[in-house]
Design a protein around this ligand. Structure first.
Ligand code: PEP
Length: 245
């Protein structure tokens, strides 16, 4: 039985002034023990967030694939662990678009995170042009094939299906479309890791709000949500946590 996971992605938002939101979200997570909750915050906020989160898992949004070295401006898995992170996102579509990261990069980063004992949320999802061309399913299958690290297991790896055209736009696929891609993603995992696929959570991400969360989270093979904008305040995030409980 896969527990639902609701993970917030604060992107490049959040100063210490927002730590009260972390505390309020942590309190709500503690009040809903049936659902897993996590927050992925900017690097600079990881240690301060851990200090107020009372055990709520705090994560990063990226890391470098190397363990250390001459990589100016980058962050290693060991550094994330040292400041208290327990998980990280890899392969987010904004990094694919802004930093030209590929599925191979996501694969290497996921493996690095695993080496350092971090939980991994591995993102995949098609662009609107790929969707319009009827290629969404093939793109998601191909991204999973190229980015799933060796030994992928639900104990440490979560997949997130995030159609790029749905991120931050207020648009979402229909529930049938979400169910169909999640089923395809599950089948792809099965061909790659066999029975272990049944234990790997597949989150949906892209314009999840308190208004649509419960419906989306009730779809087969949707094991939680990766939430951007609506995770920035407890007021918006709490209804999503409750929708998963
Ligand atoms: C995201 O950035 O992972 C995301 C899903 O963003 P939003 O919820 O704002 O669409």
């Amino acid at each position: 039985m896969r527990r639902k996971l609701v993970a917030g992605n604060w992107k490049m938002h959040g100063l210490k002034a927002q730590l009260g939101e972390v505390e309020a979200i942590a309190a709500e997570a503690a009040a809903n023990p049936g659902v897993d909750v996590a927050l992925c915050v900017p690097f600079t906020l990881i240690a301060p967030a851990v200090a107020v989160a009372g055990g709520l898992p705090i994560g990063a949004q990226d890391l470098h694939e190397a363990d250390k070295g001459a990589h100016t401006g980058c962050i290693s898995g060991a550094m994330l662990r040292e400041c208290g992170a327990t998980l990280t996102i890899v392969g987010h579509s904004e990094r694919r678009a802004d930093q030209h990261e590929t599925s191979h990069d996501a694969w290497a980063k996921a493996a690095a995170a695993r080496r350092h004992g971090l939980q991994v949320i591995l993102c995949c999802g098609e662009t609107d042009a790929e969707r319009d061309a009827g290629r969404a399913e093939r793109i998601v299958q191909s991204q999973i094939e190229k980015s799933l690290p060796e030994g992928a297991h639900g104990d440490w790896l979560t997949l997130a299906y995030e159609p790029r055209w749905a991120i931050g736009t207020g648009k979402t696929p229909t529930l049938d479309e979400i169910g169909s891609i999640h089923a395809i993603a599950r089948a792809k995992l099965r061909t790659m890791v066999g029975d272990a696929a049944a234990g790997i959570r597949i989150l949906y991400g892209g314009s999840v709000t308190g208004a649509n969360a419960a419906d989306i989270l009730a779809v087969d093979n949707v094991d939680g949500a990766l939430v951007g904008g609506a995770s920035l305040t407890a007021e918006k995030f709490v209804p999503i946590i409750r929708g998963a409980a």
